[in-house]
Design a protein around this ligand. Structure first.
Ligand code: SF4
Length: 200
């Protein structure tokens, strides 16, 4: 079986399973030589009401029930959701890092949003792409076509970066999934999440 079996078959778009899509997006992220350079610690991609599907909510809720997301993270997110006047995800912490990173929604995985800041420069990442790319890829164009923020998208376009063909297939699978399944903005999700009991 070819290498492509791990990725979304474009013909299956429309009946894509959430788990398959999430796994494929995470695999795509791992294949990249470095994570998206300009979102790291900037939080721009998290400064908007991202669409959160029911399955995304189940992932977050499950992590809360297991105690994998601390009570304090939920309490702080609820406070931000109630008081923030900005279009900013309540899970973005003051260091501009995602406080639920392993459990973030599929839109965030695709945009590679919410990671921890690191000192690598954009040029180094572009060089890595150039050295390891066997996939000719699709140039990031000036017209925004991804779920990342406009600034990140423009930086990638200006730097001559490319989306892999697989990444583009995943992107359209994600659009299809969100079109076929209801989603709600993250602040509404946070407002509805139960606050875990304090541990004794
Ligand atoms: S869940 Fe995390 S990665 Fe997604 S928008 Fe919120 S802070 Fe950013």
């Amino acid at each position: 079986m070819g290498k492509n079996h791990e990725f979304i078959d474009i013909n299956s778009i429309g009946r894509i399973d959430y788990k398959d899509l999430r796994r494929s997006l995470l695999q795509e992220n791992k294949l990249l030589p470095s994570e998206h350079p300009c979102c790291k610690g900037k939080g721009n991609c998290c400064e908007r009401n991202i669409p959160v599907s029911e399955k995304d909510v189940q992932i977050i809720s499950g992590a809360i029930q297991r105690g994998d997301i601390p009570r304090s993270v939920i309490a702080q997110a609820k406070e931000r959701a109630a008081t923030s006047k900005q279009n900013r995800c309540p899970f973005l912490n003051p260091r501009n890092e995602c406080s639920i990173y392993p459990y973030r929604p599929i839109v965030c995985i695709e945009a590679r949003a919410g990671g921890t800041a690191h000192p690598k420069q954009l040029e180094a990442t572009v060089q890595q792409y150039a050295e390891t790319g066997t996939d000719p890829g699709i140039p990031v164009c000036n017209t925004r076509t991804s779920h990342m923020c406009a600034e990140c998208h423009q930086q990638m376009a200006d730097a001559g970066m490319k989306f892999s063909s697989r990444g583009v297939r995943n992107h359209y699978a994600l659009i299809a999934y969100l079109s076929n399944n209801p989603s709600i903005p993250m602040p509404e999700v946070v407002a509805k999440l139960p606050l875990p009991k304090r541990r004794k």
